[in-house]
Design a protein around this ligand. Sequence first.
Ligand code: URA
Length: 237
Amino acid sequence: MERLQKVIARYGYTSRRKAEELIKKGKVMVNAQVITELGTKVDDNDVISIDSVIINTDIKHEYYLLNKPRSVISSVTDKEGRITVTDLIDTEARIYPIGRLDYDTTGLILLTNDGEFANHLMHPSFEVPKTYIAKIKGQLTKEDINALKHGVKIDNRKVKINRFKIRKKDLEKETCLVEITIVEGRNHIVKKIFRELHHDVIKLSRVGYAFLNLEGLKSGEYRKLTIKEIKKLYSIK
Ligand code: URA
């Protein structure tokens, strides 16, 4: 038996908090009876409906880790007909990416059809460290290094840099490879950090997401997450 709001969120209908609001408003029925009690528990045999639409609880949840290539869009469909991350995964399930990587960014992205899992990982209070390798124009100066150590202000909010490391300098080409770990999930955040320090990002790849990495996956390849990994991601606060 599981709490009603948790089941509604798990099947991707809405977040757990919004499900609670719907229950309180009397919009949720279990076995054709309106339920307004938040503690109500349900099991697989119960028929749940919201605004008289029955939730399909026969959905099997799937979880994937993809090594996204360049020139692939992090969405389910694209108006311009570009390849999307879901095109690369062979499944009938209606999966979607958890968060996004830019069109020209490569690397680690998770996909699922488990709404509660996705909401959990994307919630602002869930601080998942994400590691990127950025190839930037120019070399980091002492001032840049100092700024990265103390956090960089983007759109009036300071971004904490958990860790960074210069991986390689190419003095001839005037480029530098920097590994950087942050928990922030704002769009284009890594490019904005380096832009603030007057460096363009020429290439960007996400190589780490919490404890996950791209080991064994070439560009465009993917694998299913293990039960252990799913549980571990759920348990991170
Ligand atoms: N930061 C960026 O600038 N781009 C991404 O795709 C991800 C993080």
